[in-house]
Ligand binder design. Sequence first.
Ligand SMILES: [Zn+2]
Length: 146
Amino acid sequence: MSMVVWTAEMCRQLSEMDASGMTRAAMAAELGVTVNSVVGKLYRIRRGHGAGGAMPLGPRRQRAAKAKSPTADDARIASSIPPGAVGLMSRRRDQCAAVLDCCGPDGFAVMCGAPVHRRDYCADHYKRFFIPVKCAPRERNSAPAE
Ligand SMILES: [Zn+2]
């Protein structure tokens, strides 16, 4: 089996031929590759991963890619994320950085995401983190701590 190395030029030609409505077989013949290569490449280009001319995935990496695709469990986790929450990697500076007690589908922490009030936190979280809760007045001269 031979690997097809997709050059940027081939990718460009493929996209053009695809846009012009050519069949997969005709595109394959034009580029000198197999129909399977064309089908796979078009799929990856449409997914937004193919423009760089990457080689087709081998069986092992295909399986790995499959394992990463969203599962029912991911959907369940995603549905438990409160609206407005943002992922660790996508939080902007003006969004609250309080980490919520749940996990995003990508495995990263999920943050509150509400507009920042002070110090990287929304008004609610700022209050919780920085303003001390009033302690119940200590009873002096009562039973000493054990
Ligand atoms: Zn917050």
